[in-house]
Design a protein around this ligand. Structure first.
Ligand SMILES: *Cc1c(COP(=O)(O)O)cnc(C)c1O
Length: 258
């Protein structure tokens, strides 16, 4: 049983590289503490900073503070930033739902795609990647909360979906990704993460050749400590590093309220 609480708001806005470095240090300390509680090695947990809505100036500060990979929810925004900061060695991770007509952009600039949720998108991405002569690290998004508004495959559909993926040779499947239910109830949030870990462990046994299911991308600013206690190997953290966002989350996630 975990007593770790969900955190809402209260994230300090970072105005400088020093602010960002301090916030990152705080997050890393909390990651280490969560790992200690779970008997895990902090080296097993990758912190993916999420920079959606964060403007170029502050992303450059974050780079100066030592961050070199950023997650973005929207392809258009990610693409503009990748072009504007092409002078920096930054790896861009697309963590939001993709429409097939935007696959060509992701195939060009992204280092990673964490939200694969249909064979149509797999096919479009693979085709564009073959044209570009590139491969892409990919995560399959699972709807772990059962909410109709959430993207992702149902856990029941995941095994058959994974069996189709070896056909798409440019997609390097690394693991599963999820967004837990948005709730202040740590037990409900923890249940989503727990389900993911069980699913990953079950699927790993008979994953097709070339489909790796080592990574579990789960946990955000409010709930990454709980996610780590349940087995996350990647946490996607935005507001706890950069501060609160100007746009409501409904702009990024369907059905997440105002
Ligand atoms: C915005 C976002 C995050 C980070 O959320 P924060 O509350 O800023 O930590 C993580 N994952 C996805 C898919 C996101 O869109």
């Amino acid at each position: 049983m975990s007593g770790t609480a969900i955190r809402y708001g209260d994230f300090p806005t970072a105005h400088s590289a020093e602010d960002i470095a301090r916030n990152v240090a705080t997050v890393r300390t909390r990651i280490a503490a969560a790992c200690a509680r779970a008997g895990r090695d902090p080296a097993e947990v990758r912190l993916l900073p999420v920079s959606k809505t964060v403007e170029e100036t502050r992303i450059r500060m974050a780079h100066a503070a030592g961050l070199s990979e950023f997650g973005e929810n929207k392809v258009q925004e990610a693409r503009e930033k990748a072009e504007a900061m092409a002078d920096l060695p930054i790896a861009w991770s697309v963590v939001g739902h993709l429409q097939t007509n935007k696959a060509k952009y992701v195939a060009r600039f992204a280092a990673e795609f964490q939200a694969l949720d249909s064979l149509k998108v797999a096919e479009a991405l693979d085709r564009r990647l073959q044209i570009e002569g590139r491969a892409l690290d990919v995560f399959v998004q699972i709807n772990s909360s059962g909410e109709a508004s959430k993207y992702g495959l149902s856990p029941e559909d995941a095994p058959a979906f994974l069996r189709e993926l070896p056909a798409f040779t440019a997609l390097k499947i690394r693991g599963l990704m999820t967004l837990a239910v948005f709730s202040a109830d740590a037990a409900r949030v923890g249940a989503c993460f727990r389900l993911m870990r069980d699913l990953r462990d079950r699927l790993r046994g008979d994953a097709p050749d070339g489909v790796a299911l080592d990574d579990l991308s789960m946990g955000m600013s409010g709930d990454y400590e709980i996610a780590i206690e349940k087995g996350a190997t990647i946490v996607r953290v935005g507001q706890a590093i950069f501060g609160p966002r100007p746009l409501p989350d409904s702009h990024y996630w369907p059905g997440s309220g105002p």
